[in-house]
Design a protein around this ligand. Structure first.
Ligand code: ZN
Length: 318
C-alpha cells in the first residue's frame, strides 16, 4: 500500500502548528505535493515552535537554564540545540523541518540521498533556504523563509513580507543544478552520482549531464546499460531504449553474492541512487551490496532474500 498524499498533507499540517506563517505553510504543503508527483514521499515534522517549547529544547543537557523565571534544565536528555528562545526561525513560524517516509508511510527515513536533495531543490524553487547549504553546520531537514529579517528584527515585531511561489513551477530534476548554483555551495552535486554518470557515459555512450543529481535521464541511462549487458552477456535480444518494460524484466538475471561485472555495477549504482548505499561501486557483489539489496527489498515490500532478481530490478527501474 502506497501512502496517500492526503495522509502526508494532514500529518504535515498538524506538525507545523497553528503559529506557522500562512505562506510558509502553503509552500510546505506544495512541496509535499510536488515531491509526491515525482514519487518521493515527504512529511513535515516541525514548523512553529513557541518560545517556551524552544526553552524546553535548549534546557536539555544544560545545567540550571532559566527562561522567563522558570527552570527549563533537563539533564536526563542530551543537548539538541544551540538556539535559545527567539534564535530560531521556528519561533516565528518561518521554518519547517522535513523527512522522507517509506512508500507505505510507516517509517521515517533520514538518509540524505538523491531523494532528500530533490525535496530540498523543490523547496528552494518555492522560495525556501535550505539548512543543507549552510557552511558552518549543516541542518539537512531544515527549510526557512526569513524575508531577509534577523532574529532581533523579528523579536521587535517586524513582520516579514513573504511572496508565495506556489503558482510557479519547479524545474525538472535534470535542471536542478542551476537552482542549486544560486547559493555558492561547494558540495553542489553528489560526487558518487557524478562518478556513476561518468561511467555510464563512458561505457554505454549515453550523453547525460555529469551534474551529480539523480533524475529521469540518469535512470534511463542506467536502464540502457542494463539492457546492453543483458544482450551482451545473456544473449537477450531486447531493444536498448532505456525504458523498463516486460521484456527487460523477463530477461533480468538473479544477481547474488559472489557475482562480478558490469551488471553488478549497475545494481550497485541503482541501489545507491535509490538511497541504499552498497558502500562501494566495484562491480563485486559482496556483503555491502547484499545488505543494500536486503534493505531495498524491505523498503519496497519484497521478501528480503538479498538476491536481486526480476522483482527487485522492477522496483529499481520501473
Ligand atoms: Zn529546523
Amino acid at each position: 500500500m502506497i501512502v496517500k498524499l492526503e495522509t502526508l498533507l494532514d500529518r504535515s499540517e498538524k506538525n507545523m502548528g497553528s503559529g506557522i506563517h500562512p505562506v510558509v505553510k502553503e509552500s510546505a504543503l506544495e512541496m509535499v505535493k510536488r515531491a509526491y508527483q515525482e514519487g518521493i514521499f515527504v512529511q513535515i515534522s516541525a514548523g512553529y515552535r513557541s518560545m517556551e517549547e524552544q526553552a524546553k529544547l535548549y534546557g536539555q543537557g544544560r545545567l540550571g537554564y532559566i527562561y522567563d523565571g522558570k527552570n527549563y534544565s533537563d539533564l536526563s536528555k542530551p543537548r539538541v540545540t544551540n538556539a535559545m528562545p527567539g534564535q530560531s526561525y521556528h519561533n516565528y513560524g518561518l521554518a519547517i523541518d522535513y523527512f522522507i517516509v517509506s512508500d507505505d508511510g510507516k517509517n521515517a527515513i533520514w538518509t540524505v540521498d538523491a531523494k532528500w536533495r530533490r525535496v530540498a531543490a523543490i523547496g528552494k524553487s518555492l522560495g525556501f533556504a535550505w539548512g543543507g547549504d549552510w557552511s558552518s553546520f549543516k541542518d539537512y531537514p531544515h527549510l526557512d523563509m526569513t524575508g531577509g529579517l534577523t532574529y532581533s528584527q523579528l523579536k521587535a515585531g517586524t513582520k516579514p513580507r513573504l511572496i508565495s511561489k506556489v503558482n510557479g513551477t519547479t524545474p525538472p530534476a535534470k535542471q536542478v543544478e542551476s537552482v542549486v548554483k544560486d547559493t555558492p555551495a561547494k558540495d553542489s552535486g553528489n560526487q558518487t552520482i557524478k562518478s556513476i554518470q561518468r561511467t555510464l557515459n563512458g561505457r554505454y555512450s549515453t550523453k547525460i549531464d555529469v551534474d551529480g543529481y539523480y533524475g529521469p535521464n540518469t535512470k534511463k541511462a542506467l536502464i540502457k546499460g542494463f539492457q546492453t549487458e543483458l544482450n551482451k552477456q545473456y544473449g537477450a535480444k531486447i531493444k536498448v531504449d532505456g525504458i523498463w518494460g516486460p521484456q527487460t524484466k523477463a530477461a533480468s538475471p538473479n544477481v547474488r553474492e559472489g557475482a562480478e561485472g558490469n551488471i553488478t555495477y549497475i545494481l550497485q549504482a541503482a541501489l545507491y541512487l535509490e538511497g541504499h548505499d552498497p558502500h562501494g561501486m566495484d562491480g563485486i557483489f559482496g556483503s555491502g551490496t547484499e545488505i543494500a539489496v536486503k534493505s531495498f527489498q524491505r523498503a519496497n515490500g519484497l521478501s528480503a532474500d538479498g538476491i536481486a532478481g526480476e522483482n527487485t530490478f522492477a522496483k529499481l527501474f520501473g
